[in-house]
Design a protein. Structure first.
Length: 201
């Protein structure tokens, strides 16, 4: 492991390590479709709200508030409520994904221009893009739509570069791991979707 990476990781605060551990726990449980993933999501988001605020990532900090709200919604969807069955794995048609992608792109540009300072470069755009992309992807997770994993692969790669540039090195490494786990998540949900189709045929 390069010396620079070792030095960067050794400087990571205990709060960031805890947020990372909880976030990994969330994703591993989400891959297994375990509703307790949402409890991990709430705790991790609360920690990241503070960490991102201190790092000057305004949109990433605001995103954590949304994550908490979506975690509550996801818990209800995955467990079922008011006589409804728990959510099952589903898919969106391609046209709906195209419309969602255009909407995210437009909101990203507008948002980035509102928060950008002179000389900020691409950081506000990466911040806004990963934020609004995460909003969409988290909604897809809560609704158990399998395409969420494709969105997360792209979002996580961009986020890893963004967080490393802002000094959140453990979180950057986490998002590289997220990318790998997102591939694993798609494979696992794909198998479960086929089993689900057989059971409900």
């Amino acid at each position: 492991m390069p010396a620079a990476l070792v030095a960067a990781l050794s400087a990571v605060t205990p709060a960031e390590w805890l947020a990372v551990a909880l976030a990994v726990g969330y994703l591993l449980l989400a891959i297994r479709q375990n509703p307790w993933c949402w409890a991990f999501a709430i705790t991790s988001a609360a920690l990241y709200l503070v960490l991102f605020s201190r790092a000057g990532l305004v949109m990433q900090a605001a995103l954590q508030v949304f994550f908490v709200a979506m975690a509550i919604y996801g818990w209800r969807q995955w467990r079922g409520s008011a006589g409804r069955e728990p959510a099952r794995i589903g898919r969106w048609p391609l046209r709906r994904h195209a419309l969602a992608a255009v909407a995210v792109a437009v909101v990203t540009v507008v948002n980035a221009r509102l928060i950008a300072d002179d000389g900020a470069g691409l950081v506000p755009y990466a911040d806004a893009a990963t934020t609004w992309g995460s909003v969409l992807a988290t909604w897809l997770v809560a609704r158990k739509l399998i395409e969420n994993w494709f969105y997360w692969i792209g979002i996580d790669l961009v986020a890893a570069a963004l967080f490393w540039s802002q000094g959140l090195h453990a979180t950057a490494v986490l998002y590289v791991l997220y990318t790998v786990l997102a591939v694993r998540g798609y494979q696992a949900w794909g198998r479960d979707e086929r089993t689900q189709a057989t059971v409900h045929a």
